[in-house]
Structure formats: C-alpha cells, structure tokens
Design a protein around this ligand. Structure first.
Ligand SMILES: Nc1ncnc2c1ncn2[C@@H]1O[C@H](COP(=O)(O)OP(=O)(O)OP(=O)(O)O)[C@@H](O)[C@H]1O
Ligand SMILES: [Mg+2]
Length: 339
C-alpha cells in the first residue's frame, strides 16, 4: 500500500515507493481522491506553474512543461537545479507546493494507479532488493507489473552484458543501473522517465543505451531524460529544456537553441583586420596578427556586409555546441530562485 511518510505528509515513503513506479505499481491511498483535471491535455507530460518548496528551499518555481507523445525530451541542469524534484512531482512521489502536473492527463498525486500504468521510471538513486539476483528482480518486477516483453528483456540483458545470476548487493553501481534500465525498457511503457540513466555506465554501455532509446522512440514511446551528459542529449533528444535554480531558463529544439545563442565566426584577413565597433550583438576578439574571432548573437548580415569590403583570406563559422549553450546559462553565479 502506498503510504505517505509519517514525518512528512508531502512525501511518499522513500525507497520501495520510489522504486515502484519503475514497474508501474502504485497503490491508491484513500486520501488521494480523484478530481477533475486542471489541464486538458493530449500530451505525455504537462505541468502548469508547478512549484515545490522544501522548507525554505525553493526547489522548483513556476514550471510549465509540455512534452508531446512520441517525443524524446532532454532535461538539463546542474546539481541541485530541480530535475529530480520535477520527476518526483510528475510521478506523484512528492506533493507539489502549488501548480499542477499530469501524465497523459492524469494527476499522479491524485491518481497514481492510473498514471503509473503508463509509465516506467529509472530513479537517479536506485532502489533495488539487495538479496535478489537480477533474474529474480526482473521476474518479481514483471509479476508486479502484470507482464513485460520478455523477448526484448533478453535482448537487453545480452546487449548490456548483465550477469543476471548475481545478487543485486554484489553488483557494481553501473551494473545495478543496468538492472533498472532493462526493467524499464522491457516494460514497453508508453512513457519512460529516466533520471540520469547513464550515471555509472561505461562508454560501451552508453552506446547500448542510445540504441535502446532509439528503438523506444521508433516504437512511439515518449522519453523524458534528465542528464548531465550533453553529448547524450544532443544525440538523442528532439527537444531540450534547461533548468537553472529551479526555473526553466531555455527550451527548444537544438536548432532553436542554437539560433538564439551566439555563432562564432573566425576570419583571417590579407592585411590588418578591420574594426567592427558599433555593430549590435557582436563581440570581437583578436585571434592572431590579422585574424578576428567574432561572436554574433542574432543576424550575421551586418558583419558580413563589413567583411565584404576587406580582403578575407579565410573564414569559418560554427554554431554553438550544446555545451556552449549550457555553459552560457550556467556561469559560476548559478543562483537559486530564492526561498
Ligand atoms: N527531500 C528534500 N528535502 C529538502 N530539500 C530537498 C529535497 N529534495 C531536494 N531538495 C532540494 O531541492 C533542490 C533541487 O534538488 P534536486 O534533487 O531536484 O536537484 P537535481 O537537479 O536533481 O540535482 P542533481 O543533478 O544533483 O541530481 C536542491 O536544493 C535540494 O537540496
Ligand atoms: Mg537529481
């Protein structure tokens, strides 16, 4: 039975309860009565002005998310940004301080059984049963869920090179992570919520993970992926949200995020470099005797117009990487949203 913590009525029992959504199991406390949904949604995830306070700490403020079915959504943010908090609220593991969130139009705090039937979850801090082997864990989780794709589970066990006969307590961190991943993907849930799923995986397993996400996407599953690994997000995600100090500070496709960020142009001249003073949105630095590194936010037209009047020997232009976009949002002064 899903119960709230006696110490804190805003939080479900940790441990077992955090693990159960992984297999789509939650039992309904009588206190969580169904109610009319605040948001009509055909999306997989929708939040509206979602806020979470832990005492004086504002972990999440005014979050509006809208993740469509079939989308792979990358959720980026530094340590303490509020990624796990968001996921706990989405799953109904913790109660929102204000605002609203829903999965497939269902408020998971109010109606966890209905919401979790359609979701598999990989927790950032895995809860597994140490005395069971991986094989026993899979069997137990499959029974709790009422069936999984066993053929695909075997494919994944092979792909992730997991020794299923070892007890979970004897598994390394990366191998425990594989148990969670395999259980989640084998469930074939419509929505996979993955909290830093590749933490602890080696590069070969990271490749296996990417293949598995791609397969899930091809099947039309929706994936919400919180991550610090920018190359992973860049390779897999249709859209990216960047969270900072509990607030969503940027969101869009990679192309959109790049468009809004600075492009870098490097130019070498056959002679002294001209002045680009006075052009709006342009930051210029010397890149050698007759060369400039020009960062342009917005249109490059005015820069090109000036360059056209000078003897250019070489010109390269590149879009910002996700890392540069990310770092742009996270300088050393990463602040919290207050409290
Ligand atoms: N149960 C809790 N009680 C008190 N404060 C909490 C609790 N859970 C999270 N917080 C606080 O909320 C903020 C957001 O934490 P959260 O775990 O969501 O960050 P995160 O983005 O997942 O970070 P990380 O990348 O380190 O996993 C932090 O300041 C954290 O200390
Ligand atoms: Mg986290």
């Amino acid at each position: 039975m899903l119960t709230r913590s006696r110490k804190n009525p805003d939080v479900g029992e940790l441990g077992l309860i955090d693990a159960l959504p992984m297999v789509g199991i939650t039992l309904h406390p009588e206190t969580r009565m169904s109610r009319t949904h605040a948001i009509a949604s055909d999306g997989a995830i929708r939040t509206q002005s979602l806020c979470k306070r832990y005492g004086e700490t504002v972990a999440l403020a005014d979050l509006d998310l809208d993740v469509k079915q079939g989308e792979v959504y990358g959720y980026l943010g530094p340590n303490g940004a509020g990624k796990t908090t968001t996921i706990r609220l989405l799953l109904g593991l913790h109660r929102a301080s204000s605002g609203y969130c829903e999965l497939f139009g269902i408020d998971a705090w109010r109606d966890p059984v209905a919401a979790h039937k359609r979701v598999a979850y990989v927790a950032g801090e895995p809860f597994l049963w140490p005395a069971l082997t991986s094989a026993e864990t899979f069997e137990f989780l499959a029974r709790l869920r009422g069936g999984v794709d066993e053929v695909y589970r075997d494919v994944l066990i092979e792909r992730f090179h997991l020794d299923v006969d070892k007890r979970v307590r004897a598994l390394s961190k990366g191998n425990r992570q594989k148990v969670q991943l395999i259980a989640a993907f084998a469930s074939r849930a419509e929505l996979l919520i993955l909290d830093e799923p590749t933490a602890g995986l080696d590069p070969l397993m990271e490749v296996a993970f990417r293949q598995t996400v791609t397969e899930a996407k091809e099947r039309g599953q929706t994936i919400f992926l919180s991550s610090h690994i920018l190359s992973e997000v860049e390779a897999l995600c249709d859209r990216v949200g960047i969270l900072r100090g509990g607030r969503l500070v940027d969101e869009g496709t990679l192309a959109e995020l790049r468009h809004l960020s600075a492009q870098t142009i490097e130019v070498t001249f056959d002679g002294p470099a001209p002045s680009l003073d006075g052009i709006e949105g342009v930051h210029v630095a010397s890149a050698g005797a007759n060369a400039l590194r020009i960062e342009v936010s917005g249109s490059v037209g005015p820069v090109i117009a000036v360059l056209a009047d000078h003897p250019v020997l070489a010109l390269t232009s590149r879009e910002p990487s996700l890392e540069e976009i990310f770092l742009h949002h996270y300088d050393a002064s990463d602040g919290r949203v207050g409290g």
